[in-house]
Design a protein around this ligand. Sequence first.
Ligand SMILES: NC(=O)c1ccc[n+]([C@@H]2O[C@H](COP(=O)([O-])OP(=O)(O)OC[C@H]3O[C@@H](n4cnc5c(N)ncnc54)[C@H](OP(=O)(O)O)[C@@H]3O)[C@@H](O)[C@H]2O)c1
Length: 338
Amino acid sequence: MSGVRIAVVGATGLVGQTILDVLRERQVPVDTLVALAHQSQGRMVQFGSTDIPVEPVEEMDWRRVDVAYFAAGNAVSERYAPRALEQGVTVIDKSSRYRMDPAVPLIVPEVNGQTLTDQKLIASPNCSTIQLVIALAPIYRRFGINRVIVSTYQAVSGSGRDAVDELASQIHGPQGPMSSPKVYPAPIAHNVLPYCDQFGEDNYTGEEWKLTRETAKILGSDVPVSATAVRVPVFVGHAESVFVTTKEGWTLDDVRHALKSQPSVRIVDNPGEGVVPTPLDASGQDQVLIGRIRKDLHDPWGLHLFVVADNLRRGAATNAVDIMDLLSHRWSAGVRRP
Ligand SMILES: NC(=O)c1ccc[n+]([C@@H]2O[C@H](COP(=O)([O-])OP(=O)(O)OC[C@H]3O[C@@H](n4cnc5c(N)ncnc54)[C@H](OP(=O)(O)O)[C@@H]3O)[C@@H](O)[C@H]2O)c1
């Protein structure tokens, strides 16, 4: 394939910068790279050894690019994605603005990439959903799923750069952890907050509803998920304690075999030697680490898993770049090119 012309909206943010890193690492052939933001216009972002000036998204001429990654929040996607689409740009949206729109595919390529047809706007799921569906997909395919109960332990980088600064200043700053929090309603250092978002319907938070609704959209409405999403004082790497009951029986060997068939899963599970997956292990790489694999004590078809991934890479940038990879293969197969 010849080079692609790419825009990254939110190029100075945690996800935008990670998209630039992943594009570079994978040596994606890039003809043009346009870095877009608002407040940091005029600054430079690094793309490999090249400094790219940050331009204001408000003044973007969308005819300059073929593909745009949107990583600047819902309001920015709502305002500018339609303008990009009008100019024929393929939009890969990291925000939640279009995820539940029935006309917009919600894609984790290795799970439901086959459902992508010729849409121009593609949504990438929430970070906590991506690692959950990667773990559940092989179990769902092999044994069916009756029920999923998940508790998350989510890193502060999931809330963006300001949250990382807030945790760092509460840990290292002169005022200590009780310095007035801005991003979270309470101090996050030395603490655990049993909500990751605003409370909504039935006292579940927005993040919890995302896990429920997005999983159903990706795997099928017959996968009922109930979630408790918790913020913990970790910089990078979301962990999830997952309880699944299946429609058919299995042995732990069957489960391990099924999980190993999922391309980005790595099993990290040797209780005898204390080998378990942790956010520090997951940080900086693209695999979904799964451990603590065990049968429930009371339900013979009940399975427990501990699922960990880097939220900025696997949960955001890597998935977005995987979506473009999938499209590129289609374009080189002559399906359609922007
Ligand atoms: N962090 C994660 O783990 C994660 C995972 C999945 C999805 N997401 C989603 O990805 C998006 C970005 O998250 P993030 O964590 O990277 O946030 P972030 O670190 O706070 O970065 C936000 C980016 O958006 C830009 N921005 C803010 N307002 C803007 C405006 N009005 N016009 C243009 N650019 C604007 C910021 O640049 P300026 O300040 O210079 O304008 C910055 O580049 C969000 O939609 C988030 O929900 C995040």
